[in-house]
Ligand binder design. Structure first.
Ligand SMILES: Cc1ncc(COP(=O)(O)O)c(C=O)c1O
Length: 307
């Protein structure tokens, strides 16, 4: 089956898909993106992802390239054309094509839209059953991490460090206070000795993961105690369990941080329970979807100093 990409109004064979060299995404990383999982042929949390896309566009004053309902139609058509049952839809919107100049181009320049899909076999992924290891690395990003921009160089550098260490992900650490912000492409969670689920609150310092919001909802439904606060690397090392979340990681257990085992170094019961809950949710067996909070606070109270 041929693989199709969508590029500015046309469905084209993936290998022929191309954008202009003066696309501001290519020149300045001046754009935003979303990744929506497709599981058993269904888009998971599509509304929440589209809401976050709307927010990212708004924050950067980029207009919709097409209306939101048309975007949703294109997503559906891409799933159909690519015969996608398990995998992801990637969509990227940039400010458009214009002669290179840092300031925004004239109002007449249309934002550019690219969409691709990728097949994945979630059922065969051993990360869910065996867990993964992470390293810690300094967070070198800008101060508006709540916007899902395509400017991902610091994330790439830390992910590469993780890959070189034979690890799946890097937990990025605020150099000022030693707290974990998030992964390079995921949110970070721990479960304390007392059994409390901890993840950082959604401020400008992290991307408010759609999966993160869904997991908070599942924890509430399951009666699992949780708190949104920052935690240090030291606290994470002493945690009973840990995991990462993202659209394609769901709940992926973390069994070691910087080579030190978390808990007994095996996938724990709370991770298993949350993953089972998430799989039910993605399969449409649980009600509702994640809801975008009305306002993201600009900052959060200072986190405790690292020991
Ligand atoms: C930096 C970062 N944090 C968190 C996430 C998780 O977000 P979501 O659950 O919406 O996939 C991502 C996903 O790409 C990410 O890039």
């Amino acid at each position: 089956m041929p693989r199709y990409a969508y590029v500015n109004g046309r469905y084209v064979p993936h290998r022929e898909a191309a954008v202009h060299i003066e696309d501001r995404g290519y020149q300045f990383a001046d754009g935003v993106y979303e990744v929506v999982t497709v599981k058993d042929g269904r888009l998971v949390d599509a509304t929440a992802h589209m809401d976050r896309l709307a927010r990212s566009l708004d924050e950067l004053q980029i207009a919709w390239p097409v209306s939101r309902p048309v975007m949703e139609m294109i997503m559906a058509e891409m799933i159909r054309r690519n015969g996608l049952t398990d995998g992801l839809v990637y969509m990227q919107i940039t400010r458009g094509v214009a002669p290179r100049n840092h300031a925004f181009p004239d109002a007449g320049v249309r934002p550019a839209l690219v969409m691709t899909t990728k097949k994945m076999n979630f059922a065969k992924m051993t990360k869910f059953t065996d867990g993964v290891s992470v390293i810690t690395a300094p967070d070198q990003r800008w101060t508006r991490r709540d916007i899902k921009t395509i400017s991902l160089l610091p994330n790439c550098l830390n992910k590469q460090k993780a890959a070189e260490a034979g690890c799946y992900e890097a937990w990025q650490v605020d150099p000022h206070d030693g707290t974990v912000t998030e992964g390079t492409a995921s949110n970070a969670w721990i479960i304390t000795e007392a059994g409390e689920l901890v993840t950082r609150p959604a401020t400008h310092r992290i991307l408010n993961g759609v999966t993160r919001l869904t997991i908070l909802k599942i924890a509430e439904e399951e009666g699992l105690p949780f708190v949104e606060r920052a935690f240090t690397v030291e606290e994470a090392m002493k945690a009973k369990e840990a995991f990462i979340s993202s659209a394609t990681s769901f709940v992926t257990p973390v069994i070691a941080i910087d080579g030190r085992p978390i808990g007994d170094g095996k996938v724990g019961p709370i991770c298993r329970r949350l993953l089972a809950g998430y799989n039910e949710y993605a399969a449409g067996l649980r009600a509702g979807g994640a809801e975008w909070p009305d306002e993201i606070p600009a900052d959060e109270p200072a986190a405790p100093e690292a020991a």
